[in-house]
Design a protein around this ligand. Structure first.
Ligand code: ATP
Length: 233
C-alpha cells in the first residue's frame, strides 16, 4: 500500500480532532475525502504530511512509519500537498514558485516547468508575474504545479475548488486525469460530493473526526453519503 493511516488520532491541545482514522491509498489511485466543515479532513492531511506529528505506526508510507518525520522529509519521500488556501510565496513570480517545488525534492518523473506550462497554459503567459497578480484560479494552478514539480508519488489536494468560479473549477478538474497519467496517486479533500464522485475511484466520508463511510465511487448511493455526511436522520 502506498499510504495508510491506522487508528490515527490527532489533537489540538486538549481538543481531539481525529478519533482513530483508517484510510489506505494504493499507487495510482484517486481517493476523495468528503465531509462537512470541521469533519477533520484538513487535520488528516496535516497528519499525513507531517505538519502535525503523531505516534509511531499511525501513518505508513509503503509500510514504513512516517508519522514522526518532519514535513520536509515526508515531501522528500514523494508525498506532496496542495494546501488549502494555496499558500504561494506572494512576492515571487509564478516560475519562482514552481521552482521552489522542484527544489524540495529531486526525483525523476514527468513534471518540469514545460510540462506544468503544458498542463496550465495560462501559467506560461504569466510566468514572470508575482503570485499576488494572479486570479484565484491561476494561484490554485501554481499551487498544484508547485506540488507536481517534486514529481510526487502521492498528491494531496485540500479543497482545490474552494472559492473558485465553476468554469475555473472545470479547468482544474480537467487536469486531474493528466496528473494521474503521470503516475501520481491523488487524494482529494472535497466538500462538493458530485465533484468527488465524478473523479475518484473510492471515497471516504468523514464526520466529527471519524470515517463514517468508505466505498467505491461508482457504487455508493446519495442516501448513504448523506447519512455518513450529516449523521442518520
Ligand atoms: P474545513 O472544511 O472547514 O477545513 P475540515 O474537515 O478540514 O473542515 P479540520 O480543519 O480538520 O476540518 O478541523 C477539525 C476540527 O479541528 C474542527 O473542530 C476545528 O475547529 C478543529 N481545528 C482545526 N484546526 C485547529 C487549530 N489549529 N486549533 C484548534 N482547533 C483546530
Amino acid at each position: 500500500m502506498l499510504l495508510e493511516t491506522r487508528a490515527l488520532t490527532a489533537s489540538y491541545g486538549q481538543f481531539r480532532a481525529l478519533f482513530g482514522v483508517d484510510i489506505a491509498v494504493d499507487a495510482g489511485e484517486c481517493v476523495a475525502i468528503i465531509g462537512a466543515n470541521g469533519a477533520g479532513k484538513s487535520t488528516l492531511m496535516r497528519s499525513i504530511t507531517g505538519v502535525l506529528r503523531n505516534e509511531p505506526g499511525m501513518v505508513l508510507h509503503r509500510g514504513e512509519p512516517i508519522g514522526a518525520l518532519p514535513a520536509a522529509d515526508v515531501l522528500k519521500r514523494g508525498i506532496a500537498m496542495v494546501p488549502e488556501g494555496r499558500k504561494l510565496f506572494p512576492s515571487l513570480t509564478v516560475e519562482e514558485n514552481l521552482l521552489i517545488g522542484a527544489g524540495a525534492r529531486k526525483a525523476a518523473g514527468p513534471w518540469n516547468l514545460d510540462a506544468i506550462y503544458d498542463l496550465f497554459p495560462i501559467l506560461r503567459e504569466r510566468r514572470r508575474n508575482p503570485g499576488t497578480a494572479l486570479s484565484g484560479g491561476q494561484q490554485q494552478m501554481v499551487a498544484i504545479g508547485r506540488a507536481l514539480m517534486s514529481n510526487p508519488e502521492l498528491l494531496l489536494c485540500d479543497e482545490i475548488s474552494l472559492g473558485l468560479a465553476p468554469v475555473v473549477i472545470r479547468d482544474i478538474y480537467a487536469s486531474l486525469p493528466r496528473i494521474r497519467a503521470g503516475g501520481a496517486a491523488v487524494v482529494l479533500v472535497e466538500q462538493d460530493i458530485g465533484k468527488a464522485l465524478a473523479v475518484a475511484d473510492r471515497i471516504y466520508c468523514m464526520m466529527e473526526g471519524r470515517v463514517t463511510l468508505t466505498a467505491p465511487a461508482g457504487t455508493v448511493s446519495r442516501e448513504a453519503i448523506h447519512a455518513a455526511y450529516f449523521g442518520a436522520a
